[in-house]
Design a protein around this ligand. Structure first.
Ligand code: FES
Length: 329
């Protein structure tokens, strides 16, 4: 067995044939991650010293990153002691991740193709999570799908999901055609490392496409609960294809300083608002990223493009956090 050390001094044992991410987890240490399948790039870290061996394809790494010594910790095991240019996330160490029973509390059509589903856990069994995290819902026939929790933790323990219809999707078919209030489901959670890091920066830029708004809404609700003088300046860029995809009004979340930019990429002629893609809009509006952090959730294309462009424009790479829509284990 080998030892991995992180730049903040945390160390853990790496087991053979086990990803560095899973070895950390087995030691009660959480490293930044999302999909665990090599697709999202959230777990990327530079190796400062030591050797690793590939366990599964590192789809999210560019050839330039590979040449420069980057790895995906969900895809590689250590084959010597290793030093990694990353930190762990102690904020998550208190949270209990397990499978919870839950009933559907309500189902509401927000648009023809987007549902708001509220789940409730038994009163004695309430889920503790950080705003921005997701759960893996286990439905009929053991089907699993990951959904971000769209609310900040609330006193009644209920969680809100935003569910988009996927043509031909088996779970989608369940939500849109069969699900009823009081149906019993299970979910695993809380999962993921998409939450706002402390201390809060002076400015937060939040980027979302489609139902990627869900964890961003949770983050906004969480910040809205802070005293006004502790809230950062916030700008939200939310992109959809068409006007009918705009399924709620984020400006109703009462943060003291929230500016919402709504963008449509394929608007009808009558659309008088902003057109285009969120990553382009952020760069049109901002050139100074001092004391700023970016949180992005939605399509992998938006996230890859936003990350590359923002880092090139001066945002430090450790100030870009994302949760991409990819399949998860
Ligand atoms: S690529 Fe490792 S968590 Fe997504």
């Amino acid at each position: 067995m080998y030892e991995a050390s992180l730049i903040n001094g945390t160390c853990f044992t790496c087991k053979p044939d086990t990803s560095i991410l899973d070895s950390a987890n087995a030691s009660g240490i959480t490293l930044q991650h999302s999909c665990k399948t090599g697709q999202c790039g959230v777990c990327a870290s530079k190796v400062l010293d030591g050797n690793t061996k590939i366990l599964k394809a590192e789809i999210a790494l560019s050839s330039e990153q590979i040449i420069n010594g980057w790895i995906l910790t969900c895809c590689r095991e250590a084959i010597s002691d290793v030093a990694l240019d990353t930190e762990d996330l102690p904020d998550l160490s208190e949270l209990v991740v397990k499978t919870w029973p839950a009933r559907i509390d309500s189902i509401e059509h927000l648009t023809k193709s987007i549902l708001r589903v509220i789940l409730r856990t038994p009163p004695s069994n309430s889920l503790h999570f950080l705003a921005g995290q997701y759960v893996s819902v286990i439905g009929p026939n053991g089907l699993r799908r990951s959904y971000s929790i769209a609310n900040a933790p609330r006193n009644d323990g209920k969680i809100e999901l935003h569910i988009k219809r996927v043509a031909g999707g088996a779970f989608s078919e369940y939500w849109f055609e069969q699900a009823n209030a009081n149906d019993l489901l299970r979910f695993e959670g809380p999962l993921g490392t998409f939450f706002v890091r402390k201390p809060l920066p002076r400015k937060l830029l939040l980027l979302a496409t489609g139902t990627g708004l869900a964890p961003i809404k949770a983050i906004l609700e969480n910040i809205a609960s802070l005293p006004g003088n502790e809230q950062p300046e916030i700008e939200l860029y939310w992109g959809s294809r068409h006007a009918e995809d705009v399924y709620l009004d984020p400006s109703l979340i009462m943060c003291s300083s929230l500016k919402v930019h709504l963008l449509l990429s394929q608007p009808a002629e009558a659309w008088a608002g902003r057109k285009g893609y969120v990553q382009n809009a952020v760069l049109e509006d901002h050139s100074n990223f001092d004391d700023c952090a970016v949180y992005a959730c939605g399509s992998i294309k938006m996230i890859e493009s936003a990350k590359a462009a923002l880092i090139q424009s001066g945002l430090p790479s450790n100030k870009f956090h994302s949760d991409a829509f990819v399949s998860s284990n």
